[in-house]
Ligand binder design. Structure first.
Ligand code: CP
Length: 325
């Protein structure tokens, strides 16, 4: 890797896996963000590639759909010169009755180094991590955690605002079913932000305030004084029954349009992890407007996922049991 892209804090990373932000310290989160800052310039070079992970193999194992996360892990691996294999769970031998753990054991027989896992059930990446020798990265497990999304969100806030500590961040939408909300609550509160969660009572998990957040059911309260508005879509795929009267009703009460945005600070950031349901949680005039940093989030996801692969690789043992430099 070129000198300009060499992160300076790799010796502090000691974990085999990245499963969630709940277990990370503020220092570990800062380390990932600093490493991403060092690696981001690789994507601006004419030849967007460094040899840092040459000889390593990454497996993307997605049991749920994805555009941003799967693509950015693939690009991150390629920019670091790793080999990458994408497995669509629907077309794998799981459909013939193989268990997830048997599948992982078989993939590890190919001597892979990283397993990037997305699954509809909370805890599956954790289960796999307990049985796998590869580094396991949680790319989203049920409504539990989506750590790399929250890391790229923190990176984007820091990039745009220069800091995270002391900022007011309002997360608005389907909090109950959102792994993005949970990871952001863990991450942003550890980094010193004041987090408010807002949504219909039926989409608010019980006792969420015990995680150190303010709860409001009025979107105007969430907008007022916020430095960042993070919008979430309604996660229909995690709801057995419709928990709101209608999408029209939701839009009227919680949707962010130009009129509602007049109550926001003049330098507010509009964020969304994607995919955006235009005309529901966000009007297009806001999603594509001057306050929106939604596509910056996508761009920053690449640098953050490069940083995660890079840091985890520094803690892997090779065939002789020697730690890599
Ligand atoms: N934000 C996010 O996880 O997007 P994808 O589902 O497209 O990966």
């Amino acid at each position: 890797m070129a000198t300009t892209a060499t992160p300076v804090h790799t010796t502090q990373w000691t974990r085999k896996d990245l499963l969630g932000l709940r277990e990370l310290s503020a220092e570990e989160i800062h380390l990932i963000l600093q490493t991403a800052e060092s690696l981001r310039e690789i994507s601006l070079r004419p030849i967007k590639k460094v040899p840092a992970l040459r000889g390593k193999t990454v497996v993307n194992l997605f049991f749920e759909p994805s555009t941003r996360t799967r693509t950015s892990f693939e690009l991150a691996a390629k920019r670091l010169s790793a080999d990458i294999v994408n497995i669509a769970a629907q077309s794998s031998s799981l459909s013939k009755g193989e268990t997830v753990l048997d599948m992982v054991k078989n993939l590890e027989a190919f001597k892979v180094n990283f397993l990037v896992i997305r699954h509809a059930a909370a805890g599956v990446p954790h289960l796999i991590a307990r049985h796998a020798t590869s580094a396991v990265i949680n790319a989203g497990d049920g409504a539990h955690e989506h750590p790399t999304q929250a890391l790229l969100d923190a990176f984007t806030i820091k990039e745009k605002k220069g800091r995270i500590e002391g900022l007011n961040v309002s997360i608005i939408g389907d909090i109950a079913h959102s792994r993005v909300a949970r990871s952001n609550i863990w991450g942003l509160t550890k980094l010193g932000a004041h987090v408010t969660v807002c949504g219909p009572p039926t989409l608010m998990p019980p006792a969420i305030e015990q995680l150190g957040v303010r709860v409001t059911y009025k979107v105007e309260d969430a907008i007022k004084g916020a430095d960042v508005l993070m919008l979430l879509r309604i996660q229909h795929e995690r709801q057995e029954h419709m928990l709101i009267p209608s999408l029209r009703e939701y839009r009227l009460r919680y949707g962010i349009d130009a009129q509602r945005l007049k109550g926001a600070k003049p330098d507010v950031l509009i964020m969304h992890p994607g995919p955006v349901n235009r005309g529901v949680e966000l009007e297009s005039s806001v999603a594509d407007g001057p306050y929106s940093v939604i596509l910056d989030q996508v761009t920053n996801g690449l640098a953050v996922r490069m940083a995660v692969l890079y840091l985890l690789s520094g803690n892997q043992k090779d065939e002789e049991g020697l730690l890599h430099a």
